[in-house]
Design a protein. Structure first.
Length: 426
């Protein structure tokens, strides 16, 4: 948002209260008052189709979550030092979404994806006795001191520390046709570079859809070789499922499953409680046993009974309403329609993604090779004028990122497509 723009009283109030940490969308931020399904309503009564928010996966203000949370908070909510069966019911339901062969038998619930990645990284360090991490160039994994070090996109004027190496995400534009092999070679080079610095690799930490890097979901199956390389060097593979998890990619419940790989540790968050703050680490018990024998782990709020109630409601809703299939069908439809638009618009160079996680590359009209971040911002603003909320990703912010609710309807998808064509002048 733009501090030079004249601001409403409510924006000025927020800035007075939160100062430089205020993270607000749009030059002229929106004051929201309510939301339902895929729509949000602002203070002027304007309704916006939410194509950005990867939190209310089953729909804003969902009645099932409202009922589950209110019932539990009116019955019992406490720190996590007591046995409350709904917590174990949730842990078992969540565990059942992971293939048994992975042997990910323990789950630690936390309150944010950052906390989850922080713990996952500490488990990896303990198990491997290494301290090195390999991530992708524009990755974001969270906000703790430890996790910020592996989040290149969050480090504005700070260099990556010596124990972190960032490599390009596995995409054709960086590696050519042999993406999987090229990516594995980069991982190997990163391990060698760490070794030269006297650092052993602890883990390869990857967002399974490379969302901050610009959304690279396909081709499926391109991570195997890189993971083999990291395993050979004694490191672990941590799958960060904060963005793709909970059925969003349509073809799988977890993003890593699309690549047919076996993570050693998985981290979750964002849509997990449909807005109720909750996240988690899914791990092999041996890692947790060794870690807890040493420093232990306690989280006052992580996995409290109300969080468990919210989480259960989300899992049930995804299953009962077959939202994974909805994500697949509507995602394919959106992609197909957007690709047709890309063929006739000189401003769109590529459309890619899986299910309801789609990236659209915006380019200068003179060349598909010239990313256009300025025009991307214009499109975001113009889409707002068409009552659609959307955001951007990628190293230079020139990839539009689509993540609508999983309960999206065909009519809502069409509403988006029409507005998208309109802002491109089609
Ligand atoms: N991992 C990824 C891939 C994320 O996108 C985010 C948040 N954008 C996080 C971790 C951190 O999650 P949180 O904001 O809940 O701490």
């Amino acid at each position: 948002f733009d501090k030079q723009c004249p601001q409403s009283d409510s924006v000025a109030r927020r800035i007075a209260n939160s100062g430089a940490s205020s993270v607000l969308f749009y030059r002229d931020p929106i004051e929201m008052v309510s939301a339902e399904g895929a729509w949000m309503t602002d203070i002027k009564g304007i309704r916006y189709l939410d194509f950005y928010n990867n939190v209310p996966c089953i729909g804003h203000s969902h009645p099932a979550v409202l009922e589950a949370v209110s019932k539990q908070i009116g019955t019992l909510n406490t720190n996590t030092r007591y046995i409350v069966p709904i917590v174990d019911e949730y842990l078992e339901a969540l565990k059942s979404t992971f293939p048994e062969a992975l042997n990910l038998t323990n789950i630690v619930l936390t309150c944010s994806g950052s906390e989850a990645n922080d713990l996952a990284m500490r488990l990896a360090c303990k198990h491997t006795q290494g301290t090195g991490f390999i991530v992708t160039e524009s990755a974001y994994h969270g906000n703790t001191a430890f996790v910020t070090q592996v989040s290149p996109s969050a480090l504005k004027n700070t260099k990556l520390p010596d124990h972190v190496i960032a490599i390009p995400p596995p995409a054709k534009k960086y590696y050519g046709e042999e993406v999987g092999q090229g990516f594995a070679n980069q991982v190997k080079a990163a391990i060698d570079q760490l070794n030269q610095r006297g650092i052993k690799v602890a883990a390869l930490l990857l967002d399974s859809v490379f969302s901050s890097d610009g959304v690279f979901t396909e081709p499926y199956g391109l991570l195997n070789k890189a993971i083999e390389v990291v395993h050979q060097a004694g490191g672990l593979y941590i799958a960060d499922e904060v963005q793709p998890g909970f059925a969003r990619t349509g073809t799988a419940f977890w993003g890593f499953q699309n690549h047919h790989v076996s993570p050693d540790i998985v981290t979750l968050g964002k849509p997990m409680g449909n807005g109720f703050p909750m996240a988690g680490v899914v791990t092999k018990s041996e890692y947790l046993d060794a870690f807890c024998a040493d420093v232990g782990y306690f989280n006052t709020f992580g996995g409290n009974p109300v969080a468990a109630a919210a989480g259960l409601a989300v899992l049930k809703e995804i299953q009962v309403n077959n939202l994974q299939e909805n994500a697949r069908v509507l995602g394919d439809y959106l992609k197909q329609q957007l690709q047709a638009i890309a063929e006739v618009s000189p401003h769109i160079s590529e459309v890619r993604g899986s299910g309801l996680f789609i990236g659209i590359d915006v380019c200068d009209s003179s060349s598909a090779q010239k990313p256009d971040a300025e025009f991307t911002v214009k499109m975001i603003d113009r889409l707002r004028d068409e009552n659609i909320l959307i955001g951007a990703a990628g190293p230079d912010g020139s990839t539009l990122k689509l993540r609508p609710t999983l309960c999206l309807t065909k009519e809502e998808a069409d509403y988006f497509i029409q507005a998208f064509a309109k802002v491109l002048g089609l």
